[in-house]
Design a protein around this ligand. Sequence first.
Ligand SMILES: *Cc1c(COP(=O)(O)O)cnc(C)c1O
Length: 385
Amino acid sequence: MSYKNIETALIHGGISIDERTGAVNVPIYQTSTFKQDGLGKMRGYEYSRTGNPTREALEALIAELEGGEAGFAFASGLAAETAVLSLLNSGDRVLISSNVYGGTFRLLDKVFNHFNISYTISDTENPQAFEKDITPDVKAVLIESPANPLMTVTDIRAVAEIAHRHGLLVIVDNTFMTPYLQRPLTLGADIVIHSATKYLGGHSDVVAGLAVVKTKELAERLAFLQNSTGGVLPPFDSFLLIRGIKTLGVRLDRHVYNAEKAAEYLSKHSAVKSVHYPGLPTDKGYEVNKRQAKNGGVMISFELKDNYDIKVFFESLQLVTLAESLGGVESLVCHPSSMTHASIPEEIRKKVGITDGLIRLSIGIENIDDILADIDQAIAASEVK
Ligand SMILES: *Cc1c(COP(=O)(O)O)cnc(C)c1O
């Protein structure tokens, strides 16, 4: 099939038609195993942990969208991260961006440390400071850009260039941007990971993870780890993700339109102390983000001034829903210090700037006037008089 643009690839990329029947959607191959025609005579599949046609269609699709050699689908974003971090050996260390997703931090801090794989929090927004953190045991860097929840931007090209000079593996968590807005492999990354639970799924109805690798060698190693650790995505969930990805472009166009309006509105609001959104020209990450991504994405965080009670703010919202997660069609709000980032110790949270007053917004695709009216009335209700 020939096409040039990602909007088309979202719909026709990977394996988009069932060759045997011509079905325009790849069916849900709800089977655990496959008949063998004789000893050692498989028809391409043997057991669904190792390979399943529905999952394979999704894996081919995400590989094409990210521009990688191969894609892998997992039961969650953290299952994808577990498999990818299993590329490391005992004694290795990984550098992580200073405000990565709380679960990523917990996985390294509480699980991989049992296997003598350690981490250092590194200021990847500052490539010179990042280079100083590279000790001989450092074998990989895990970047989030924009990083959760302060939307700090890392210059992926600059960090990848330094990292490769020191022989490190460059892993980028591209959950917040998706390949529609940012393609880390083209910026020098070796591996892209996703919590597909978020924008790729897009409807808050599936938990899933994806990984895409740049080289054949990494593809072989990760295929082995996916099959050996076993956290694979089931066929039905693979189908839901393929379905979600088809509308990623139109959804994100509306999401970003709404997010830009919301960021502008919040930055002018008299009750708001600070706004973090790399799509605002005044944001410190704006220039770097513009060089590596299509726009500022959808995620915004902000703080209210001290004379506003954020507990009352959260309780007063009627349309915007207080919940973990992000990236669905509905607007969600969360309190990072007690929710998504609670597994990060308080002193580290304070150090990296995740204050108790920080509010994170995942703008949905509802009418922006309704979203802003709800936020406005909740702010007004939360003023301490
Ligand atoms: C949610 C999230 C994860 C974890 O993914 P799950 O699908 O919840 O396991 C990892 N990274 C980022 C940036 C996330 O937002």
